[in-house]
Design a protein around this ligand. Sequence first.
Ligand code: ATP
Ligand code: MG
Length: 433
Amino acid sequence: MGTIQTLPGTRDILPEEIGYWQYVEKITTQILSRAMYQEIRSPIFEQTSLFERGIGEATDVVGKEMYTFKDRGDRSLTLRPEGTAGVVRAFLQNNLYATGGVQRLWYHGPMFRYERPQAGRQRQFHQIGLELLGSGDPRADVEVIALATDILKKLGLQSLKLDLNSVGDRNDRQRYREALVNYFLPYKDELDPDSQDRLEKNPLRILDSKNQRTKEINQNAPSILQYLGDQSKQHFDQVQQLLTELNISYQLNSCLVRGLDYYTHTAFEIQSDDLGAQATVCGGGRYDGLVAELGGPQTPAVGWAIGMERLIILLKQIQNSPHTSPDIYIVSKGEQAEGQALILAQKLRFQGLTVELDLSGSAFGKQFKRADRSQAIACLILGDNEATNQTVQLKWLATKQQETLDQSQLIQNIGELKVQLDRHKQKTDLSSE
Ligand code: ATP
Ligand code: MG
């Protein structure tokens, strides 16, 4: 009988890789909390109707990709395919809008979509996302875009491209929709089947097609920017002007659309050439109609989501996995010594040091090799002699210098030990540069 394996499109994030994840989460938390975004954690499954209304039945996500099932109480549940719908539900259910002003929220966690698994595309994947609710000001659009670029820049990612578009408001889009249908109709038979289908349901989404012939046809399609009314145009002009003032470069891409009524104005994507077919790292935009669509008060909002797996593919191309090495590695042999070593390890950990305890009971020689491999700064050695005298050998692994200390003295003078550890750490940091 074979061992049980992960399901297609899911994977383990192993210790050798987790450093990247924690690093991204650390940088994100820093950058977003400095801008006064607060983390929100909403359930991983919700009522199916939340996503049907909140994402839209005409989208691929709802139409083809959701993990929907009945629970034992015969409710239709769905594993969340994205974060915004749940955040907006929480915003409404908990009256977060009651305070009046804006709400700045962010989240990170797993999302689920039934897609064909490939590099950068999984069935359980992870997003970091944020939502700024309660402001329709162009500065809000630019704040969220700037935060996305700040995070990516701080992580050291270069050669990223920001694509920008406006999908206007409901009226603009109605006029544009007619123009698009008129343009596409003569080509109807040449469009891919999905796009033919969208011609009636959701013609804007044809612009998003990955089919080669459809892409060619799209090249000469009318641009939505020609159909923006005065207000929409003014909003979009201001977004562009503010981006320029912040030195954030972008390119206009009139094929960048979100085809649903509650998406409004700014739409954007951040892409990398180093990702192959799945090039989009971050997607976002304004959704002034969504909160009302989900039954709340009219509330303008803007947000984005970054795909963690794609981000980490990029990060791996530019840096090694951040890993932790212990400050101290403890080796011991003999019954008494081994017991004292465990106690000492706990005391040092309690004082804030990172301590790895060798549990093997093997010969000292083998334990020393492991100490070296652990890249600890110092090693503590306890054998029968040390156990009897309640002492310990402290050995600096870089210089091989060794001294004998009382165990109690070591803990009492913990401040001094920390200073020495820092000094040795700085030396090795310099020599590794
Ligand atoms: P794509 O066109 O690649 O399918 P999308 O438009 O469906 O992307 P969004 O819903 O905007 O993606 O999600 C935001 C980000 O989440 C994407 O830009 C991508 O980085 C990531 N993402 C989306 N779906 C997946 C997936 N199945 N596996 C891994 N990452 C994903
Ligand atoms: Mg998709």
